[in-house]
Structure formats: structure tokens, C-alpha cells
Design a protein around this ligand. Structure first.
Ligand code: PXG
Length: 291
């Protein structure tokens, strides 16, 4: 495997950065998780835009233009001969000294692209649906560390993931400080009730997921009523269908939440329709590259 670091491709074994990198020392950096399907990079523009938005708020200078990043991603995919890939773009504050002050990172920011084969969730998750739980750790407050910044500091989500795993579940629903549903540890959440589709508004302590936005677009195109609206736990429990969205998960049906069966206890018809439409889109939309 070849890894892109600051303009050069390295073999996996040689792909190393400094222990003084503030990405490691403080989680001071940002990332994007992107996918390509059959030589089409899905929603590349949107991912690069979100990367620049995260960087803007953190006052992190990305040492490349958007089009240079696009080219670097495609060059790395080609170097690895990957048709279907998971692409991780990481920008850290770079090498500094042992102090928080970002001004001490005098070198360039570290820019990394790792591409690999995709590690999908087990197939049965998609056929049978997931059982998930709400966990005690609340999602970061937007006033503290806004979840819309896709930063290298994922401890908030990792704590929630640990709580789910300890309880024997694969995924956690995180609530906000008022007890409303925010999102899962690496996915956004949707419910369907009486043929209406609901997802929490992006201001409610959630990442503005690109898969989330894609699902909203698909649903609107199919003339399904969609609502970006606060969701309570009660509304989760009484929903007819529930599903999660994310670049890694795509659309994953949920059939049980906190022991309550959702709908008929199997992936619902609207979820399955959206899964099919999403799959179609990934096969035809995107930035094409040749190997
Ligand atoms: N919420 C959170 C907290 C996320 O981290 C999403 C929602 C979904 O966003 P997208 O834009 O992907 O629809 C994410 C995305 C990984 C990985 O390797 C994590 C994500 C995406 C891809 C890979 O852990 N998180």
C-alpha cells in the first residue's frame, strides 16, 4: 500500500510522521472519510469542502488547493490500483514542540492520504438490521467543540462506542445535553413515521453528514416528506423504521433501540428503498478516475 504524505508516496512501512506532530500530541487536526465505488469517488467535492470548513474554524492552513487535493486523492487511488476504496484524508497542525500553542508548529502542516480496501460492516447488519442503545456520554456541545468540525479528536465518540460495546451492542445513539437525539458515533440517524422521514437538524450537535444530505436529496426527489426536526427517545422507540447513514456504513437499518422493537423488527420498506436508490447513485455519480 502507498500512502501520500506531504506530496510524496511512501510504502506503508515507511509512511511515518513525527511524534511531535500536534495531530498526535493534541488531536489538533482534521480528517475526511471518503469512498470510491467502481472508479468513481463519491461526493468528492462535498468532502473537500467540509475539510476546508473544518480547517477554517481551526485556523489550520491546508497546504494545498482544493483541486490539488482532488488530484492527490486520485493519484493515490491509482498508485494503489483501487476501484473500490476507503480514502482517509488527514491534515494535522504539523510538527511542533510540547505546548498547545499552534504557532509553535513552525513546519508545514502534515497532509496525509491513506487509501485502502473498504472494511464494510458485516452483511447481516444490512439484512437483519442493527440493535443499538442510547449511552450516557452526551455528544459534544456545539458551544464547546462543534461536532460539525471533523477533527482528529474523536474521544467523545469513542467513549460512547465503548459504552455500546460494553453493553454488547455495535453502535450507540448519542443524545445532546437536553436529552434529544443527536447522532451515532460515526453515523447520522433517521427515523420514519407514517411515511414521513425525520432526522435531527444539523445545529443539534451533529456532524452534517454527506450521506445524510444525500439521503435527504433522494427522499425529496422521490417526493417523500422529510423533516429536519428534533427527535426524542420516545419518538425513536415508536418509529416505524430507523436507519443510520455514513460514508462507512452507507445506509444501515436499525431494528431495536434500548430493547424496544422498531416497527416490525426488520428493515422497513422505506429504508430498503433508500438503500437501493443510494446504491444506484454511488454507481453512477462521482469523480471518475482510470487505473
Ligand atoms: N457523524 C459522525 C460523528 C461521523 O464521524 C457521520 C456522522 C457521517 O458523515 P458522512 O459525511 O460520512 O455521511 C460521521 C462520519 C471512520 C469513518 O473511519 C468515520 C466517518 C466516516 C467514514 C469513516 O471511522 N464518520
Amino acid at each position: 500500500m502507498k500512502v501520500f504524505i506531504n506530496g510524496k508516496l511512501f510504502d506503508k512501512k515507511e509512511a511515518k510522521i513525527s511524534v511531535f506532530d500536534h495531530g498526535l500530541l493534541y488531536g489538533d487536526g482534521i480528517f475526511e472519510g471518503i469512498r470510491s465505488y467502481n472508479c468513481l469517488v463519491f461526493k468528492l467535492k462535498e468532502h473537500i469542502e467540509r475539510l476546508f470548513e473544518s480547517a477554517h474554524t481551526l485556523m489550520l492552513d491546508i497546504p494545498y488547493t482544493k483541486s490539488q487535493i482532488k488530484k492527490a486523492i486520485i493519484d493515490t487511488l491509482r498508485a494503489n490500483q483501487l476501484r473500490d476504496a476507503y480514502i482517509r484524508v488527514v491534515v494535522t497542525r504539523g510538527e511542533g514542540d510540547l505546548g498547545l500553542d499552534p504557532r509553535e508548529c513552525k513546519g508545514r502542516e502534515t497532509f496525509i492520504i491513506i487509501t485502502d480496501k473498504i472494511a464494510l460492516y458485516p452483511k447481516e447488519y444490512y439484512q437483519k438490521g442493527l440493535e443499538i442503545i442510547t449511552v450516557p456520554t452526551i455528544r459534544n456541545l456545539p458551544e464547546a467543540l462543534n461536532p460539525q468540525i471533523k477533527s482528529l479528536n474523536y474521544l467523545n465518540n469513542i467513549l460512547a462506542k465503548i459504552e455500546a460495546i460494553n453493553a454488547g451492542f455495535a453502535e450507540a445513539v448519542m443524545l445532546d445535553s437536553l436529552g434529544y437525539v443527536a447522532e451515532c458515533t460515526g453515523d447520522n440517524i433517521f427515523i420514519v413515521r407514517k411515511r414521513n422521514i425525520y432526522t435531527p437538524p444539523q445545529c443539534m450537535g451533529t456532524l452534517r453528514g454527506i450521506t445524510r444530505d444525500t439521503v435527504l436529496e433522494i427522499a425529496k426527489r422521490l417526493k417523500m416528506p422529510v423533516h429536519e426536526h428534533v427527535i426524542t427517545r420516545h419518538e425513536l422507540y415508536i418509529s416505524d423504521e430507523c436507519f443510520l447513514t455514513g460514508t462507512a456504513a452507507e445506509i444501515a437499518p436499525v431494528v431495536k433501540i434500548d430493547g424496544r422493537v422498531i416497527g416490525k423488527g426488520k428493515p422497513g420498506p422505506i429504508t430498503k428503498l433508500l438503500m437501493r436508490e443510494f446504491r444506484k447513485l454511488t454507481q453512477k455519480d462521482g469523480v471518475r478516475y482510470s487505473l
